[in-house]
Ligand binder design. Structure first.
Ligand SMILES: [Mn+2]
Length: 274
């Protein structure tokens, strides 16, 4: 018998789970996955934190359970599409292939039930553009495309040399005054990219800040993360989108002070750079 609380969507978008780090809210995520199903599941990058795991191995049972739960959804018929981010960019070596029923792409154009096209991409590809937006605008499209290639190449070299990913958003968050500017600049850059590719919108992650905004000409949707905000994006059967803030819903469902306190301690315990 179906669980009455079970919700079934056309599409589910998740990003920035950061499995393999203490910051990942795996318990809340497992709870979320228990109640939410979809025909297609997009894993929009930074799902497994390869950078952190390389430094120190952290892989508790709950993180394993998350992977198993996702793979089980795949076996039961869901299409699972994985778009690597900067923290799991080791998977960029596998673009165009699939493993365990999971397909790997650099980015993907998804068509909604309403017939709108959305670019699905993690977003770290544009870090350098976000940082140097004004200069790049001055030099035009050539500089823009070159900058993205440079960004990808630079991080490839850093990885080969054993350095960690230089995180633009972590850098911006350190300079708190710039954080709001940074979020805005990221949104603007991704919105421009969607326009450049002639799609109706973009679904991305990377900056750990959920958002749904169409004021920029195309729709900008950010899935948020499962480190701090515990948010996901769903597409309903009619093609409309919704941000689900699971930490809030889970808190009201459980209704116990203890759970909320525990989640709060976990939250403040370990932050992960986007
Ligand atoms: Mn990221």
């Amino acid at each position: 018998m179906a669980d009455p609380a079970q919700r079934h969507f056309r599409t589910l978008f998740l990003s920035d789970l950061h499995l393999g780090t203490r910051g990942c809210q795996a318990h809340l995520l497992l709870d979320f996955l228990r109640y939410h199903d979809a025909e297609t599941i997009f894993l929009v990058g930074d799902i497994v934190d390869g950078w952190r795991l390389k430094r120190s191995w952290y892989w508790p049972q709950t993180h394993n359970d998350v992977v198993q739960k996702l793979l089980r959804k795949g076996r039961k018929g869901a299409r699972i599409i994985y778009l690597p981010g900067n923290h799991d960019e080791f998977l960029r070596n596998y673009i165009g292939t699939h493993f365990g029923g999971v397909e790997v792409f650099e980015d993907y154009v998804h068509e909604t039930a309403a017939g709108d096209k959305y670019l699905i991409i993690h977003g770290d590809q544009f870090d350098i553009v976000v940082r140097h937006a004004k200069w790049l605008a001055f030099f035009g499209d050539w500089a823009y495309v070159t900058a993205i290639q440079f960004n990808t190449g630079l991080n490839f070299i850093r990885r080969k040399l054993g350095f960690s990913y230089w995180s633009l958003s972590a850098w911006a968050k350190m300079k708190v005054k710039n954080a709001v500017n940074f979020i805005g600049a990221f949104q603007e850059t991704l919105t421009n990219e969607a326009q450049r590719r002639g799609v109706d919108g973009v679904v991305c992650g990377h900056i750990h800040h959920a958002c749904d905004d169409d004021s920029g000409g195309v729709r900008y949707i950010n899935t948020g993360d499962w480190v701090e905000s515990c948010t996901a994006v769903v597409e309903h059967q009619d093609g409309t989108f919704e941000i689900i803030e699971w930490s809030q819903i889970a808190d009201t469902q459980s209704g116990t002070e203890g759970d909320a306190d525990e989640a709060q301690i976990e939250k403040s315990g370990s932050r992960v750079a986007a």
